[in-house]
Ligand binder design. Structure first.
Ligand SMILES: N[C@@H](CCC(=O)N[C@@H](CS)C(=O)NCC(=O)O)C(=O)O
Length: 231
């Protein structure tokens, strides 16, 4: 059994999608990051960077429990455990790992910053809004080019797709219009047809609507209550 420490955000959804796609048994452990659950000692013992997602696999390597943080490491671990969605060796394996790294090091963090300055920060600051919206659009055009000749990001469906797709759902907040990226739009629709992806993505989605972002939760999440709701 795998414990999944989760909140319904793009980084969390990567892992709930993968667990559903692999058909693995898991037990959901909701982490309310707006209320500061990520700073509780019992969570920090599993995820020292105070971020979701994290897992504990009670049947880890050698039959011992394994705790893991960082969504890319978790995806690679689950792919290796099940033999699914990541080629075992050869060039195809490194192709998936390079696009997973692209998502993890660029696509996710830059879209997160675009979202922060376009939506959360109390003022509309021209420089960071333009910088991160421009970078978001540059990254979408890289993805668009990759998807021009590939049905999924690396040919076959893989953990690179699962890591990238949840980030394009809130694209309006990133200043992105999918009409400008027809191959991304085609892939977005293709992905949505996968029932297990929809199930993993839908986990605790209703919770988002109930979370009240007050001054205290903004300070918990962003270190400052200045990160107020956007205009
Ligand atoms: N690089 C990490 C990023 C994880 C991350 O940023 N998680 C966010 C939610 S999407 C979080 O837990 N935020 C809590 C906080 O900022 O205190 C990963 O890919 O797992």
């Amino acid at each position: 059994m795998i414990d999944l420490y989760f909140a319904p955000t793009p980084n969390g959804q990567k892992i709930s999608i993968m667990l559903e796609e692999c058909g693995l048994d898991y037990s959901l452990k909701p982490v309310n990051i707006a209320a500061g659950d990520q700073y509780k000692p019992e969570f920090l013992a599993i995820s020292p960077n105070n971020r979701i997602p994290a897992i504990v696999d009670h049947d880890g390597p050698g039959g011992e429990p394994l705790a893991l943080m960082e969504s890319a490491a978790i995806l690679i671990y689950l792919a290796d455990k099940t033999g699914k969605f990541l080629p075992e060796n050869g060039a195809a394996r490194y192709d998936v790992l390079q696009w997973l790294s692209w998502q993890q090091g660029g696509f996710g963090p830059m879209l997160g910053q675009a979202n922060h300055f376009n939506v959360y920060y109390k003022e509309r600051l021209a420089y960071p809004m333009e910088r991160f919206t421009r970078e978001a659009n540059r990254l979408y055009s890289v993805l668009n080019k990759q998807l021009q000749d590939n049905e999924y990001m690396c040919g076959d469906y893989s953990i690179a797709d699962m890591a990238t797709w949840p980030w394009i759902v809130p694209r309006k907040h990133q200043g992105v219009d999918l009409q400008d990226y027809p191959h991304v739009a085609r892939w977005h629709e293709l992905m949505k047809q996968r029932p297990n992806l929809r199930k993993g993505f839908g986990l605790l989605r209703d919770l988002i609507k109930q979370v009240k972002m007050d001054s205290e939760s903004r300070t918990t999440l962003f270190g400052s209550s200045d990160a107020g709701p956007g205009a």
